[in-house]
Design a binder for this molecule. Structure first.
Ligand SMILES: C[S@@+](CC[C@H](N)C(=O)[O-])C[C@H]1O[C@@H](n2cnc3c(N)ncnc32)[C@H](O)[C@@H]1O
Length: 237
C-alpha cells in the first residue's frame, strides 16, 4: 500500500507511519511464505476431516509470527473507531502489537486493553510501542496471560466501545461473551478472517447472526472476510 494511502487514512507522525510500514512489510513477507499457506491449509483440512482443535503445536508454529491484521483492514478499523468516538477499546489477540498501534491512535485520549498470552510476543509488542512513542504508549494497557482470565478482572473499563477479535477462532465467542455485559449500545465488534475460516467460526457466526443476541452484523469483503457487528439490543428483532 502506498505511503499516501496510509497518510490519507491515519493521523500519525512520520515516525509512526514509517514504523507501521516496516511492521506490515515484515508481517506480509511471513504471510507469503509457502510454509504459512501450507500451515493454514493443513489446519483447515484437519478441522474439516477430524474437527482437530487449535493445539500446542499450532501455538508453537505461531510463536515467532506477526499474523498482523492487514494494512487495509487496519485503516478501516481505525476510521471506524474514530467515527464512533471509541474511547475504551479491547483487543483480543495482540501478538507483536501492530493493530494495537492503530487502536491506540484511534482512541485518542482513551484506553486500549491489549491481550497476549505468549511472553515473547508481549515483549516484542512493548518494543514496537516504545518505538512508536508517546502517541501510543500512554493509551495501551497490555494484559499478559490467557485473556479468558485477564479480561474477567474487575479493573476493566466500565463500558467498552469497540472490540477487535483477532484471535484464534475458538476464542472468539468466549471472548465476546466476557465483554458483552460491558459493551455499550452501538458498540462495534470486528472479527478477522470470518470468510476464510468460516467453518471454524461457525459458533461465533451463529451467535452474532441470531437476532435474539442483540447484534446487527455484516461481512466486509476484505481478504479473508472481516465481520463487523454493532450491538443494538433494543432493535434485536
Ligand atoms: C492473529 S494474532 C493477533 C495479531 C494482532 N492483532 C496484530 O494485528 O498485530 C493472535 C494472537 O492471539 C494470541 N492468543 C491466542 N490465544 C490467546 C489467549 N487465550 N489469551 C491471550 N492471547 C492469546 C496469540 O498468541 C497471537 O499472538
Amino acid at each position: 500500500m502506498s505511503q499516501s494511502a496510509a497518510s490519507s487514512a491515519i493521523s500519525a507522525s512520520p515516525r509512526v507511519h514509517a514504523l507501521l510500514r516496516r511492521l506490515h512489510a515484515a508481517s506480509a513477507s511471513q504471510e507469503k511464505a509457502l510454509s504459512k499457506t501450507w500451515f493454514y491449509f493443513k489446519r483447515l483440512v484437519a478441522f474439516y476431516l477430524f474437527s482437530t482443535p487449535w493445539g500446542a503445536a499450532a501455538d508453537d508454529h505461531m510463536r515467532d509470527k506477526f499474523v498482523a491484521l492487514e494494512e487495509d483492514k487496519c485503516h478501516f478499523m481505525y476510521l471506524l473507531a474514530r467515527s464512533a468516538g471509541a474511547l475504551n477499546i479491547v483487543e483480543a489477540g495482540t501478538s507483536f502489537g501492530v493493530s494495537t498501534i492503530y487502536l491506540a491512535l484511534a482512541s485518542v485520549s482513551g484506553k486500549v486493553v491489549a491481550t497476549e498470552k505468549e511472553p515473547s510476543k508481549a515483549a516484542r509488542a512493548r518494543e514496537h510501542w516504545a518505538e512508536a512513542g508517546d502517541e501510543v504508549t500512554g493509551v495501551i494497557e497490555l494484559r499478559e496471560g490467557d485473556l479468558l482470565e485477564t479480561l474477567k478482572r474487575d479493573d476493566m473499563p466500565e463500558q467498552v466501545d469497540f472490540l477487535l477479535l483477532d484471535i484464534w477462532t475458538p476464542m472468539a465467542l468466549p471472548t465476546l461473551k466476557i465483554i458483552k455485559p460491558r459493551l455499550k449500545t452501538g458498540g462495534i465488534v470486528l472479527a478477522d478472517n470470518t470468510s476464510m475460516a468460516r467453518p471454524m467460526y461457525h459458533e461465533y457466526l451463529d451467535y452474532i447472526q441470531d437476532p435474539a443476541n442483540g447484534f446487527k452484523t455484516t461481512e466486509v469483503p476484505y481478504s479473508g472476510g472481516l465481520q463487523m457487528s454493532v450491538y443494538l439490543p433494543e432493535q434485536s428483532i
